[in-house]
Design a protein around this ligand. Structure first.
Ligand SMILES: Nc1ncnc2c1ncn2[C@@H]1O[C@H](COP(=O)(O)OP(=O)(O)OP(=O)(O)O)[C@@H](O)[C@H]1O
Ligand SMILES: [Mg+2]
Length: 364
């Protein structure tokens, strides 16, 4: 539905040129939700605005449903209103002088081929049904909560049956609980309506929950893309491991390989770790990324366990998190609520599950 190839966009400012997007290519299939995920300033909004036609790229091509809407080589630039898209932004962009129903109906009342009144009313009712606020139809749009306003914005985006919907951090103004509810609701709605969307967020969980595919950005480049499970479980490098919340990173040198696991010397011993499909040479400097839940804290010494000391404990509701000291390293350990409890300054042992560790190349 969307094809972006070699997209480059820079901004000229008084301080010089900012390379916001550096040769980015990706696609969104029909009925697919693709998220652009990444830290602030990595270029997510810029890409979205280029797709929407609100920014003119320096070079590259953008096609929507097979139709080029931008191409520097073919000198083609289709203006925003002529692109088959709908947009939902962080600020809801709801018109305050209209009712909810009028806001939702608006895209159908402009341009050519306006449906008749009866059809508009039916489609508005259906769209409000989809976002589960049918009872608010006649309410003035200013008298809504943030979550309700965002539902209106989504209904308005759905009503035109645009080929592609662009979302820019639509949930980031909502409180944590509402965000959690809305993202799972969005997911159900998108799949039921077979929406094709490009969805921008800096929230990892939102991206993992909502998308079929995640494109992770870092300073204008794609750091990695793949299914949520893939990018989460197999981060390609240190940036990705950090962004995916690896929790613990330990530097070491490759000592060898056995049974499909890489052995890494890390000072306090040797860690066995999944290779992540990459190959490493002996002696190579690497980092090992270890999730807090991949480490078990125990009062007894076992095979391949390392002695440590408990620095802090924290109750998480769903379990316990400990900060432990292992020589000069401080590691985060997360344990299920049923596990034995430890106190500050307890001497204990940790065991690290090799299949839950990932060896990564060091970035310079
Ligand atoms: N109109 C502009 N003029 C100059 N520089 C800009 C402009 N818009 C964005 N930039 C710069 O381009 C880079 C990418 O910005 P962009 O808004 O795409 O980031 P983002 O990933 O959406 O970030 P955030 O998560 O904070 O919204 C940043 O360095 C930003 O400062
Ligand atoms: Mg942005």
């Amino acid at each position: 539905m969307l094809k972006v190839e070699n997209l480059v966009k820079s901004y000229r400012t008084v301080h010089g040129t900012v390379q916001a997007v550096k040769k980015v290519s990706f696609e969104v299939g029909t009925g697919e939700i693709v998220t652009l995920l990444g830290p602030s300033g990595c270029g997510k909004t810029t890409i979205l605005r280029c797709v929407a036609g609100l920014e003119r790229p320096d070079s590259g091509t953008i096609s929507i449903d097979g139709e080029p809407v931008f191409s520097d080589s073919a000198r083609r630039y289709v203006p925003t209103h002529a692109r088959p898209i709908a947009m939902v932004f962080q600020s809801y962009a709801i018109w305050p002088h209209m009712t909810v129903a009028e806001n939702v109906a608006y895209p159908l009342t402009v341009g050519r081929n306006k449906p008749n009144k009866r059809e508009i009313a039916d489609r508005v009712a259906h769209a409000l049904e989809l976002v589960r606020i049918p009872e608010l139809a006649q309410r003035s749009a200013t008298l809504l909560s943030g979550g309700q306003q965002q539902r209106v914005a989504v209904a308005r985006a759905l009503i035109r049956k645009a080929k592609l919907i662009l979302f820019d951090e639509p949930l980031s103004n909502l409180d944590a609980k509402l965000r959690e509810e809305m993202r799972i609701e969005f997911k159900e709605l998108f799949s039921r309506e077979a929406v094709s969307a490009l969805y921008v967020t800096h929230d990892l969980l939102e991206a993992l929950v909502l998308s079929h595919r995640v494109v992770v950005m870092n300073s204008g480049n794609i750091a990695q893309s793949g299914s949520p499970r893939d990018v989460y479980s197999h981060p390609r490098d240190e940036f990705m491991a950090d962004f995916m919340g690896a929790g613990n990173v330990i530097e070491g040198k490759v000592a060898g390989e056995s049974n499909g696991f890489i052995q890494v010397d890390v000072g306090f011993g040797t860690l066995s770790s999944a290779s992540n499909g990459q190959s490493f040479s002996k002696g190579q400097s690497v980092i090992v990324a270890i999730r807090p839940e991949a480490i078990t804290l125990s009062g007894d010494v076992g095979l391949l366990s390392f002695p440590c000391r408990v620095l802090t404990d924290a109750f998480l509701g769903t379990g316990m998190e400990y900060l432990i000291a292992l020589q000069e390293h401080r590691l985060r350990v997360r344990m299920p609520p049923t596990a034995a409890a430890f106190d500050i300054d307890d001497e204990a042992f940790i065991n690290i599950r090799p299949e839950s560790c990932v060896v990564l190349q060091r970035l310079n």
